[in-house]
Design a binder for this molecule. Sequence first.
Ligand code: AMP
Length: 565
Amino acid sequence: MTFSDWGGRLVTFPAGRARHYRESGMWSADPTGRRLHQIATRFPDRTAVISAEGSTSFAALDRRTDQIAAGLVRLGLERLDPVIFQLTNRLETVLAWYGCLKAGLVPVATLAAHRMHEIGHVSRKVGAVGHIVEARTAGFDLVEFAREHAAGHPSIRHIISVGDEAGKTQPGVTRLEDIGRETDPAAARAVVEQIEAQIDPLDVVAFQLSGGTTGVPKVIPRIHAEYWNNALLYARRLGWDEHSRVAHLIPIIHNAGISCGLHAAHSVGACLVLATADAPTAFELMARTEATEVLIGHGHYQAVLTPDFDKARASLRRVVLSGAKVPPELFERVDDGAGHWAGQLFGMSEGLFTVTPLDSSTHARLTTVGTPIAPDDEIRILEPGTENELPDGDVGELCCRGPYTIPGYFDAPVHNQDAFTSDGFYRTGDLAAITVIDGTRYLSIEGRIKDLINRGGEKINAEELELLLLEHPRIADAAVVAMPDPRLGEKTCAYLVATDGEPLSMNAIQDHLAQLGVAKFKWPERLEWVPSLPHTNVNKIDKKRLRTEIAAKLLAEADARGAVV
Ligand code: AMP
C-alpha cells in the first residue's frame, strides 16, 4: 500500500486520533468498493437500486461495476486519478460512482448545474484526469461543455458520457455503457482486487465541495477509512436493514446523497429508491416502490404539505427532515405517532451528522436536530471568534471533531488556519445550542455566522458572487444576502451600487454571469439598486440590516398583493 498525501496538500488525522478510531472500530481497513462487494455477496438477489430507468440487484450491480472499473483501467485511468462527476439522479450514476471507486479513482462531486467558473477552478485544483457527464440534460449540452473544458486543460484526458444512445458515439467521448461491457466478470473481479490491494485506508475516496465561508468553494477530501462507515452509522441510527427502501430526491452525488442515500442504504443491504427533485414524480415512484424511508430537504418542505405526498406517505415508516427549522404543521404531517416517525438531520459535507435518536420524545424530535451519530464525535459550542466553550443553553458556534469529520480542506493551508481550532475542531460557521431533554444533550441549530445563502439545500457563497458581480464595469459595490422564499427557504438578493447611478437590467446581470460561466442557481433572483451600501460601526457592510430590509419589503409587497408569504 502506498498512501498518497498529494504532495502535502492533504491534511492527515493526528496519529493518536487515527489510532483511536482504528481501535474503536470507527475506521475500516477495507476500501469502499470492497464494502459494496461484501454486501453484494451477502444479499446478491436483493434489489440494490430502483429508479425511473429501471432496477438492479446487488449481484448485478457488483458485477457491472467490476467491469466498469476494469474498463476504466484499460482506458488508462490510474488509481487516485480524480474524475469530475456531472450527473443527475439516475441508475447509471450509481454505476459510474462505484465503477470509479473500484478502480481506485476519486470522484469529484460537482453538480450537473455547475458551469465553467466552478468546474474550471475545481478541476485544476484537484488535477482532474477524467470528466463524466450526462449526455441528455435538458437545455444544456454537457458533453460539448466537457469538450470545451478539456481543450487546453492541463490534466483532463478522458471524457465519459452517460445515457448517450448507442451508435451515436461522439469523437473523443467514451460511453459509460460501453466501458468493460465485454470483460469477463471473473477477470474484472481480479482487476478490482488487484487495485484494492493497493488502496490505503487513508487514501482519498471522494472529493466533495463545500459551500464555504469565503471565496470559491473549498475541496473536502473524504477517505476510505471513514466514508462508508459515516453512512453505516446513519443507517444504524435510523434502524434500517436489508428490508428498508430508502428514497432520495436531492442530488445523489452530493455528500448528503452519498452518506444518507447511496452508501447508507447499501451499507445495510437496503434498496435505494433513486428519485429526482420533481416532487410529484418522486412521490409517485416512492408509492410504486413502497419506499419506507425518505430524507426531505427544506426545498421539499412545501411539497410534503401538498396532497401529492399522500400516496407516498402510506408505506413510509420514517421521514428525516433537514436543512431548516421544522414548522410544527410539517412535523405533524409526517409524524402521527402511529407508525409514521419523523426526525431531523443536521449534516455537512465536511463530516459531522447529528440525527434524532429513534426513541426521542416528540418534543425532542420537533425542536432539535438530535445527537451526533458516532460515539467518538465531539462537539463544542464556542463563543464566536474565540476558543471559549459556552455552557449548555447558550447559542454559539458549533465546532466538531470526530472519526469522519475532515482535519483540513484539500490544498488550503491558509484557510485551514481559521477553519479549525488549535486542537483540531472544525468551525462549522453554524450557530447552535445544546438543550438537555430527558437527560440527553440534544443539539439545536439557531442560525449561522457564515455568509452564504441556502437555496433549497444548494449553498451560494455570498463573497464569491459579490466578486463576480464586481467584475462588471458598471457595478461599483455589491452585497449579496438571503431573502426568504416560501418554496426554497432562501433565495439570493443582490444589493448593488452602479458606477454612474444608472441601474442595469436583470438581463444585463444575467448575461454578465453567463459570460463568466457561473452556474445558474447562483444568479441573484432580485436586484436592489441603492446609492450606497450601509456599513456597521466597524466599517463592515451591514448585511443584517439588508436582510431585514429585504424581508420587510417582500412582506409589504405580498400584503399589497393580498398574498400569503
Ligand atoms: P452541505 O455541506 O452542503 O451539506 O451543507 C452543510 C450546511 O447546511 C451546514 O453547515 C448548515 O449550514 C446547513 N444545514 C444542514 N442541515 C441543517 C439543518 N438541519 N438545519 C439548518 N441548517 C442545516
